[in-house]
Design a protein around this ligand. Structure first.
Ligand SMILES: [Zn+2]
Length: 85
């Protein structure tokens, strides 16, 4: 079974549609059960859409940095033991 931490690793590939059918399915199954990850994917998707919408092309480095920090933070809060089983 896919864990929250596994999902965080492949989340951007999932949003970009780059996962295999089977991986994508396990992400979907996880999302059905896990509200935290639904929120996480939702935020990530919104961010991705936002960046894709900026066709002027220049990514805002500081903004990306903040996204990275948010992801790292989300991962840290998921490391509490006995919860993901
Ligand atoms: Zn999860």
């Amino acid at each position: 079974m896919l864990m929250c931490r596994d999902l965080a690793v492949i989340a951007s590939d999932y949003i970009d549609g780059e996962l295999s059918g089977r991986q994508s399915l396990s992400v979907k199954m996880h999302l059905m059960m896990c509200r935290d990850c639904r929120t996480f994917i939702g935020n990530l998707r919104a961010t991705t859409d936002l960046m894709k919408g900026h066709s002027s092309g220049k990514l805002n480095e500081a903004f990306l940095q903040r996204v990275d920090e948010r992801v790292a933070e989300a991962l840290r809060t998921k490391t509490s033991p006995n919860k993901d089983k």
